[in-house]
Design a protein around this ligand. Sequence first.
Ligand SMILES: Nc1ncnc2c1ncn2[C@@H]1O[C@H](COP(=O)(O)OP(=O)(O)OP(=O)(O)O)[C@@H](O)[C@H]1O
Ligand SMILES: [Mg+2]
Length: 505
Amino acid sequence: MLDSVLLEARKITKRWPGVVALDGVDFRVYAGRVNALVGENGAGKSTLMNILSGVYADYEGELLLEGAPIRFRTTAEAQKVGVTMVHQELNLIPQLNVAENIFLGREPRSCMGLIDYNKMHGEAQQHLRRVGFVHDSHTTLCDLKVGEQQLVEIAKALSLRARVLIFDEPTSSLSEQETQTLFRLIDELKREGVGIVYITHKMDELSRLADYVTVLRDGHLIGEHRVHDTSTDEIVRLMVGRERKDLFVKNDHPKGEVALEVRSLSLEKRLQNRTLKLEEVSFEVCRGEVLGIYGLMGAGRTEVVETIFGLHGAAAKGVLRIGGREFLPKTPREAMDAGIALIPEDRKHDGLVLGMDIARNTTLASLDTMLRWGGIDRGREEAEAEHYRAELAIKSHSVQQPAGELSGGNQQKVVLAKMLRTDPQILLLDEPTRGIDINAKNEIYKLIDRLAAEGRAVVVISSEMPEIMALSDRIITLSAGRVTACFNRDEFTEEALLKASLPTK
Ligand SMILES: Nc1ncnc2c1ncn2[C@@H]1O[C@H](COP(=O)(O)OP(=O)(O)OP(=O)(O)O)[C@@H](O)[C@H]1O
Ligand SMILES: [Mg+2]
């Protein structure tokens, strides 16, 4: 039997100044099925879904909801008829609590017209339970980790009782366990007849989740396939329009002297719903070496690099030894002055100024080198940015384009450029390939390898086991804020890493 089409897009074209983001694209959402949408960074995936969900009202082509033409002018209009999107970049308000975020603008009210807080939290809890969110609905959003905020977004979508639910790279910041819960939820929603769109760069998710896969390349529809009739290799080939590029193979290069020695790093910081904790974390990284940090979510990986980068101020104890000097940075400025750079996990909040252009974002952390006659040498700034745009293949029409106009993966590349520009000797990379497509990932692996070959020390955090095993010379594992093991390259196995990361208690 043919699957029934809930929502259909016909010949959608979307133009931005200087770029055609979508060129006559057709797309279908089927009742009770998952249609996965794939393509390289900047292919047009988020743009297409923004049109389906009412974010962009200005486009050519038409939408049909159960066969009838429809045009959404706002997301509220789309939500009203049951079309909802869970965004790639979070859209929640950090100062509000979880329930307030879920019901923002449509809070349940009592007969007196006042907000019925009991009802609001009660309903919020129901949806939160379904997505596997463990904290209270009174928790302030900014006290949550990125992955937990993502769960709140999903709970919000559930509360809207969608018939068409669009997920834009939902698992890029979820833990393994959270991901499994989401997959089960999607199975349930399918049984309820909800039509699902699922954007992803993770090819292994296709066979687990998707019934259909639709490929976009440079704003063009390449095709829609049934997942069972195709293969990952075939899909990747369709995405890039050529055979898959050579996979990354790590080069062997000599290790130099110890670049960073971390001794007894400890941290205790209470947030509303959890405590950030590190206990006596010690390790060293040499010049020319890539050190991986592996651990499950909540193990303290991010806290380790944040503390080294001076982000936890006086709450942190311990000492760093860099070039004979012993100290612990209390601010990022101090860390940067010591040659340390950090690529943060949450690029929207820590990494980029979305309203500024690519050029200024690139030089932002090293503006002092751009000064001339008391002003910023704009010509040089643009030339520098142009260099990184080419090197990292940042897809944009110029370096004057605001960072906020780039696709998610390309924003991540600008964060990388900004950090590289500071010419750091010690690089801390927290999930550097989050949201980056399969081909660009390989390029970033090569770049990391080259940075190490140039004599820099690199610390990489990644939740993706194959990634961290491919990149690292050594891996340390963390669990509950402590270092539990250290492995040399010839000792890497998925099993050993996982075992060492499991909580002991
Ligand atoms: N607000 C905007 N203004 C101008 N151009 C934009 C805007 N939003 C997106 N674009 C451009 O449209 C193209 C498609 O971007 P889109 O965000 O849809 O890509 P994507 O497939 O979701 O990529 P990613 O995998 O990196 O998230 C890109 O060239 C992007 O720079
Ligand atoms: Mg996107």
